[in-house]
Design a protein around this ligand. Structure first.
Ligand code: ARG
Length: 468
C-alpha cells in the first residue's frame, strides 16, 4: 500500500480547510495514537455518555443515539479482540474511533462530535484513566502495607540496631522499623486519595475552549461517568494538566519512600549486615562470580525512582508558561503520566510480593545492636534517674564507652566495680537497663519501640487500612 492509500489518509476529519495532504513525516511527528490508544475504554465511555446526553437534550434522535452507543460498544469489542486497525493518519485515539464509528453506522456517527471538541474529550479521557490508575495503585499500596503489619506483629520483639548517620544509635524492634515504613506509605495513600478528588472533575462541555452553543447537560454526563464535580471554567477545563502533575508528585514521593526501603533492603541483605535474606526467586546471580546473589528487585526499585522524578519534572515543564487555553504541548502529558503510574504500581507490587518471604537473621541483628553500644543512652538515662544531671551523665557514659572500645567489650560486660569507678551512683540494678530487651521495653509510650507499643500500633494500623 502506498503512502497516499494508507488508511485514513486524504480524508482527515478536519481536512476541509486544507489544500494539500499532511507531510508524511509531520503526520508521524504529530500523531499520538501509538500511545494514547491506551485510552480507548475511557474514550468510548465518554462518547457514550455524551451521545446519551445529546439525545436527552433533543440534539440527537433516540435512534441515532442508540446506533452510536451500539456502534461504540462493537468497536470496543473489536479493539479488545485485537481486530481494530489503528491508523497513524487518523492521528489519535479519538479520531480513530470516530472514523471507525462513521464507517460502521454512517450518518449518525458523524453527529457524535456535536457540541464537543477533542480538547475536552482528551481531558476527560485522561482524568477517567487516571482515576482508575489511582484506585489500582492505592489498592497495591494497601497490600504492601498489610505485609508490613504482618511482619510488625510477628517481629514485635525482634531487636535490631536503630541507626542515625548509619551508625548504631539505640536498639529498636524490627516490628517498629516495619511500621515506620507503613507510616510513609499511609501518607502516600492518603495523598493519592486527596489527589483523586481533584482528578475526578468533568471537563466535557467545555468543548474547544469556550463552551458550546448546544444545550448540554454537564451534570448528567458527570453522573453517567462517576465524576464528583463539573469543571467550572471551560478555558481551565481544557488546558490545565495540574491534576497529572499532582499525581506525578504523589508518585514521585511514593517512589522516594520505596527507594529508602530498597536501600535498607540492599544494605541489610549484604554480607556485612546479614540481617535479612531475600528469597532466591527475587534475586539474580552474576555471570562471572558464582557466589553472588544480587538484590536486583530493591536495586531496580531504587533506580526507577529516578524515572518517576523525571516524569514529574517533564510534566511541570510541559505546562510551564502555556497560554490559555489548549495547546498541542499537552499531548506530551500522556507518556510521562502512563509511565509514572505503571512504574509506581510495579514497584509497589514487587515489594508487596517479596516482603512476606523475607528471611530474618535475628541473631545477627541482636549482635549488631550489642556491639554498637546501643544501650549507652539507657545508661545515661539510668544515671539521670539516680539524680545525675543529663549533661554529666552523658560525659560519664562517654568515658565508659571509651574504655569498652579499648577493651573490645560491651557496656554490659564491664564489672560493677569498674562501672562504679565512673559513678558511685551505679548499682547492681544497672544491668537491667543495659540489656537490649530492657532498652526497647523502656520506650513504652505511644510511638515508642517497646514490643507492647508495636503490637498496639499494628492493631491500629490494620484498622486504618480497613477504614480505606
Ligand atoms: N491528541 C491530542 C492530545 O493528546 C488530542 C487533542 C487534540 N486537540 C487539538 N485541537 N489538536 O492532546
Amino acid at each position: 500500500m502506498g503512502e497516499g492509500e494508507k488508511k485514513g489518509a486524504g480524508r482527515k476529519p478536519w481536512g476541509g480547510r486544507f489544500a494539500e495532504p499532511t507531510d508524511a513525516f509531520v503526520e508521524r511527528f504529530t500523531a499520538s495514537v501509538g500511545f494514547d490508544r491506551r485510552l480507548y475504554r475511557q474514550d468510548i465511555a465518554g462518547s457514550i455518555a455524551h451521545a446519551r446526553m445529546l439525545a436527552r437534550a433533543g440534539v440527537l434522535g433516540e435512534d441515532e443515539a442508540r446506533a452510536i452507543v451500539e456502534g461504540l460498544e462493537a468497536i470496543r469489542a473489536e479493539i479488545e479482540a485485537g481486530r481494530f486497525e489503528w491508523s497513524e493518519a487518523l492521528e489519535d485515539v479519538h479520531m480513530n474511533i470516530e472514523a471507525r464509528l462513521i464507517e460502521r453506522i454512517g450518518e449518525a456517527g458523524k453527529k457524535l462530535h456535536t457540541g464537543r471538541s477533542r480538547n475536552d474529550q482528551v481531558a476527560t479521557d485522561v482524568r477517567l484513566w487516571l482515576r482508575e490508575a489511582i484506585d489500582g495503585l492505592r489498592a497495591e499500596i494497601a497490600r504492601l502495607q498489610e505485609a508490613l503489619v504482618d511482619l510488625a506483629e510477628r517481629e514485635a520483639e525482634t531487636v535490631m540496631p536503630g541507626f542515625t548517620h548509619l551508625q548504631v544509635a539505640q536498639p529498636v524492634t524490627f516490628g517498629h522499623h516495619m511500621l515506620a515504613w507503613f507510616e510513609m506509605l499511609e501518607r502516600d495513600r492518603a495523598r493519592l486519595a486527596d489527589c483523586r478528588r481533584r482528578v475526578n472533575v468533568l471537563p466535557l462541555g467545555a468543548a474547544a475552549l469556550a463552551g458550546t452553543s448546544f444545550p448540554v447537560d454537564r451534570e448528567f454526563v458527570a453522573r453517567e461517568l462517576g465524576f464528583e464535580a463539573v469543571a467550572e471554567n471551560s478555558l481551565d477545563a481544557v488546558s490545565d494538566r495540574d491534576f497529572a502533575i499532582e499525581f506525578a508528585a504523589c508518585a514521585a514521593t511514593l517512589m522516594m519512600h520505596l527507594s529508602r526501603m530498597a536501600e535498607e533492603l540492599v544494605l541489610w541483605s549484604s554480607a556485612q549486615f546479614g540481617f535479612v535474606e531475600l528469597p532466591d526467586r527475587f534475586c539474580t546471580g552474576s555471570s562471572i562470580m558464582p557466589q553472588k546473589k544480587n538484590p536486583d528487585v530493591p536495586e531496580l526499585v531504587r533506580g526507577k525512582a529516578g524515572r518517576v522524578f523525571g516524569h514529574l519534572q517533564a510534566l511541570l515543564t510541559l505546562m510551564k508558561a502555556q497560554p490559555l487555553a489548549y495547546n498541542k504541548d499537552n499531548q506530551e502529558d500522556k507518556e510521562p503520566l502512563f509511565d509514572a503510574a505503571d512504574t509506581a504500581r510495579d514497584c509497589v507490587r514487587a515489594f508487596a510480593d517479596m516482603l512476606p518471604h523475607l528471611a530474618l537473621d535475628r541473631e545477627r541483628m541482636r549482635e549488631a545492636a550489642r556491639r554498637g553500644f546501643a544501650t549507652a543512652t539507657d545508661l545515661a538515662d539510668y544515671l539521670v534517674r539516680k539524680g545525675v544531671p543529663f549533661r554529666d551523665a552523658h560525659e560519664i557514659v562517654g568515658r565508659a564507652v571509651r574504655l569498652c572500645v579499648e577493651r573490645g567489650c560491651d557496656l554490659a560486660e564491664l564489672p560493677l566495680e569498674t562501672l562504679r569507678g565512673f559513678s558511685e551512683r551505679i548499682g547492681e540494678d544497672v544491668y537491667e537497663v543495659l540489656t537490649l530487651e530492657g532498652s526497647v521495653a523502656a520506650r513504652d509510650h505511644l510511638g515508642g519501640t517497646a514490643p507492647r507499643q508495636v503490637r498496639a500500633a499494628a492493631r491500629r494500623a490494620r484498622a486504618r487500612l480497613r477504614a480505606g
